[in-house]
Design a protein around this ligand. Structure first.
Ligand code: SAM
Length: 282
């Protein structure tokens, strides 16, 4: 049975159980969509449902077959931590399988955005066997594991958060790419490699432009940089390429934009965008 038709059966069952316990107007507010990462659910809950949140979470968990349910909240801070509230169960560590990749993570603490799936799949296709990829914001290997596993690229993955880093190391082993993927638990600004990468991944948001000079120093004289950032709609379509080009020029590089994609809406009027840029040292 497809995931979609399974979901169509799940919703009436949940409604049926909870309509015996909740006032009718609240039954209509039950979440119609949720995110499942491994066997952990993330539920968006309206404030009106707050008094019933634990029971609601229990019913969703039982009907869907999840071990833990979290209440959706904001992702924030330098490490892009989630800090979601646990509503049901206790174990928030899970293994999520996507596109043949095993991602082990703590869903309560580490971000894993379902909306970025297209980018994770795209990265598996753009990487080429043997090329050296440096992932400056590796997380648990969201974007660079697909490059090592499917693209057979060599990867250096840099992750600053010690907690997230533990999962990155485990994921390299789980996906059996220890022979070509190495992880560093440092701030990417302290990474010593220069002029080494065929491809640099900059999977970060809000302040990614501050890291462009470092990305250029890691890149070979000719390389491709996958530059992500969050862009106010009123600055598009010139941004984010205009800023990248200006900073690259100040550091002695010419640029060619190869591709531009919108990943997702980040906030009202703000988009998470990625551009692929070829850089050449002048
Ligand atoms: C939002 S996650 C993105 C993961 C992945 N690149 C993606 O796009 O799906 C960004 C990661 O970068 C890490 N990070 C932030 N600043 C960093 C820095 N200066 N050096 C290394 N890692 C950093 C955070 O801890 C976080 O795990």
């Amino acid at each position: 049975m497809s995931r979609r038709s399974k979901t169509q059966l799940i919703k009436p069952r949940i409604r049926e159980i909870l309509s015996r316990e909740l006032p009718p107007e609240l039954v209509d507010m039950l979440p119609k969509h949720w995110v499942q990462i491994g066997d952990v659910l993330i539920l968006p809950l309206r404030p009106e449902l707050e008094p019933y949140k634990n029971r609601i979470a229990e019913v969703y968990a039982r009907v869907i077959g999840a071990k833990t349910v979290l209440k959706k909240g904001r992702i924030g801070g330098e490490f892009r931590e989630t800090n979601y509230e646990v509503l049901y169960g206790s174990d928030t560590v899970t293994v999520h399988v996507e596109n043949g990749i095993k991602y082990k993570l703590d869903v309560a603490k580490v971000m894993f955005s379902p909306a970025n799936v297209k980018e994770r799949v795209r990265m598996a296709k753009v990487a080429k066997p043997g090329e050296l990829v440096v992932d400056m914001f590796a997380g648990i290997g969201h974007l660079s594991l697909p490059m090592a596993v499917h693209g057979k690229a060599r990867v250096i993955a840099i992750e600053k958060s010690p907690y997230t880093f533990q999962f990155l190391v485990e994921n390299i082993e789980l996906n059996k790419v220890q022979d070509r993927m190495t992880a560093y638990n440092i701030d990417n600004r302290d990474f010593p490699g220069e002029n080494i990468a065929d491809r640099v991944l900059m999977g970060y948001v809000v302040t990614t432009h501050e890291f462009i000079p470092k990305a250029l120093s890691i890149a070979k004289d000719e390389a491709i940089i996958h530059y992500h950032n969050t862009i106010p709609e009123k600055l598009m379509p010139e941004e984010p390429f205009a800023t990248f080009k200006r900073i690259a020029r100040e550091h002695g590089y010419e640029t060619e934009k190869l591709n531009e994609l919108i990943i997702k809406r980040y906030a009202p009027g703000v988009w998470h965008v990625v551009i692929d840029v070829r850089v050449f040292k002048k």
